[in-house]
Design a binder for this molecule. Sequence first.
Ligand code: UDP
Length: 385
Amino acid sequence: MSLTVLMNAGPWLSVPPPGYGGIENVIATLVPELRRLGVRVVLASVGESTLPVDELVSVFPDGQFGALQRPYNQVCGVAQAHLAGVVRELRARDDIDLVHDHVEAVGLATLTAMGPDGPPALHTLHWDLAKHPALYGNLDGGDRVRVNGVSASQLARAPGALRDHSVGHVHLSTPLAVGAERRSRPEKGEHVVVLGRINPGKGQDLGARLARQVGFPLVLAGPVGPYHRPEDLAAAGAEARQNPDVRFFHDEVAPYLDGELVRWVGTVAGRERDDLLAGARAALFPLRWEEPGGTAVVEALALGTPVVATARGCLPELVEHGRTGLLTTDEEELGELVLAAGLLDPDECRREAAARFTPAVMAERYLALYERVRHLTPTADLQPA
Ligand code: UDP
């Protein structure tokens, strides 16, 4: 008998997502591998999701992401309506062995509120766990609701009540890691890339300052708030400054941009993103926050690009200092490390990614956690999976 999992992707974006969509991308890479391992997947998502699954259940026909721009009192029913649909589904059928939930805060609260009648549930924490202190600090999921992190360091900083529900962590993956060790060596340029949302935590201001100080070409790639292209940001009026990331860009990053040595190219996608990253001397992560999962880190390694970063959050778990990258706790040292990164072997990075960060590795790890959660649930019907 096979295991049936209800994968709760939430109401915000379709799976796979049309553009940027971290969590929906994780689900889109996880589900095919789980199905390959024999798991039946019932996807709870919006109707327009196209990911092949055994069954799709939805409340909303299309992604509700745009609603997040509206005031709280107009938005707060969206995730609840989706979760109410999930609960209706769970109550109406008896074939769901486990719920794998990805919906921030509301998913965890709703599954917990179902009490002992609900199925075993695993809620993946994709974000910074300093958020939602009242929810996490008082969590009581009984024997049924468990959580997992995306890195050990993320969980280590979690409130005690949340940690008590943890069954461990699963590192993120990338399809780029599949066969990475067999790909031919990319032509390396001189440039360095910072790939990610322009945001104080991601530290593009620090990267840009060091590039100007030390003198290495730097490409900043990623959106500024909702703006994906420099011309869109330039055309936006003064009200764009209401967005804190737009303010950060204008006040802290833009002064270092000169269009030559230091450039912001907006969001890059697909082949363009991969070529930019693969051809870089290093992928720089001048972090000022504890990076919880770091998809862009594993993508850089998969493309044979050493990682230079502040040793924060998950970075020491993903990158081996001196072999696949260079890490430091002293942010002023990052500039010198960028210069030294050319000595590292791109093949080591690609081998590491192929061994540790493929979707298949991630799916095997999740399957083991599903079994663990079911065995920890006294009332679960433990037929052999
Ligand atoms: N990304 C992209 N184009 C960009 C900037 C970022 O495709 O111009 C992608 C990047 O490749 C990665 C994701 O956005 O897949 C960012 O995920 P990560 O976990 O690194 O950071 P988050 O934004 O989730 O904190």
